[in-house]
Design a protein around this ligand. Structure first.
Ligand code: AKB
Length: 326
């Protein structure tokens, strides 16, 4: 991979963990973090490399940052997620498609490679629900999904038409203890850990048997790096590869947490909007194309993820309490 890297949406759930991983791998100065939000004092203190304010719907700003830092690869993480997208579809289109189009244009002019995350949201009610194949029906029913399918196609177009090295993966729900996700349908699988540790109780907005694929953040970061480092000669697909780490329902996740916190209790108050979105997504993905074409091999299953999440989140919350007490 060309290693002068720009990450957009760097302060979000994925960006805040991808940036440190890229910096560790390629060098702190090689990775420019950017976001439309300015960093807080704590974030500034923790930052160990360059940061730029960047509104990705403004092509001139992207061009200026890419030129100033001589960027060769762009990780474009800016996007509104599925549930928040449904509450403001026009904004979701403007942000998700407007920013992607402008990033691809800047990449075309400057010869950059581009990573773009797609999602299980790129599938819809007409897609085969179990072991969803790499190449299949994609007729999503959310604006988020529409932008993800259109984004996959646009990335392929820029590759065929302009030789832009655009690659991506279809992420399932991502679980992490760093920056929280915002406005996703799979967010329950993150919130549940905070509530389990703090209150021994979680009210879930999806039905107990809603089965979805998920992935622990270290595997998501690994996927984003590995697909960009993959030998292009081996890639039959590009935008975007099915990837998955594990598969569970809210009930199964709750039962796994109970093994560590025996008095943990769950109840259910269904959010009809997010339930309908989840029901339109696959139960499980077939990620064999990613395994075959670039060696995708996740490290965390459900028990390993739950153990690691609880251990690290307990430490993080304890450290925050000490910090607030001082
Ligand atoms: C969401 O729930 O919207 C995202 C996703 C699966 O793309 N986490």
């Amino acid at each position: 991979m060309k290693t002068k890297i720009l990450v957009t949406g760097a302060l979000g759930q994925i960006g805040s963990e991808l940036v440190p991983a890229l910096r560790e791998r390629y060098g702190a100065d090689q990775v420019v973090a950017s976001d439309i939000r300015m960093m807080s004092r704590e974030e500034l203190l923790r930052a160990d490399g360059p940061f730029d304010f960047l509104d990705c719907t403004n092509q001139r700003q992207i061009q200026e940052v890419v030129q100033r830092h001589q960027v060769q690869t762009i990780y474009h993480l800016v996007a509104l997620l599925s549930a928040v997208g449904e509450s403001k579809p026009q904004v979701a289109w403007d942000v998700n498609m407007g920013s992607l189009y402008r990033v691809l244009e800047v990449a075309r002019v400057n010869g950059c490679a581009v990573f773009v995350p797609s999602s299980i949201g790129a599938f819809g009610p007409g897609t085969p629900q179990d072991h969803t194949p790499q190449d299949t029906i994609q007729r999503p029913s959310t604006i988020y999904g529409v932008t993800k399918v259109a984004g996959e196609l646009l990335c392929d177009y820029y590759h065929h038409r302009f030789d832009v090295d655009a690659r991506g993966v279809r992420f399932p729900g991502i679980i992490s203890y760093g920056a929280p996700p915002g406005g996703g349908t799979t967010d329950y699988a993150v919130e549940i850990f905070w509530e389990a540790i703090r209150h021994r109780h979680y009210t879930c907005f999806l039905k107990p048997d809603t089965r979805l694929d998920m992935m622990y953040m270290p595997d998501a970061v690994k996927a984003a790096i590995d697909v960009m480092e993959a030998d292009p000669a081996r890639l039959v697909h590009r935008n975007s590869f099915n990837v998955t780490g594990m598969n569970f329902t809210p009930r199964e996740l709750g039962a796994e947490i109970c093994k560590h916190i025996p008095d943990f209790k769950m109840e259910y108050r269904i959010d009809p909007v997010r339930q309908e979105i989840a029901d339109s997504w696959p139960n499980s993905l077939d990620d064999s194309a990613a395994r075959r074409e670039w060696g995708w091999n996740p490290r965390y299953d459900l028990p390993a993820m739950v153990r690691d999440m609880l251990e690290n989140l307990e430490k993080k919350l304890a450290a925050e309490e000490v910090h607030h007490a001082n």
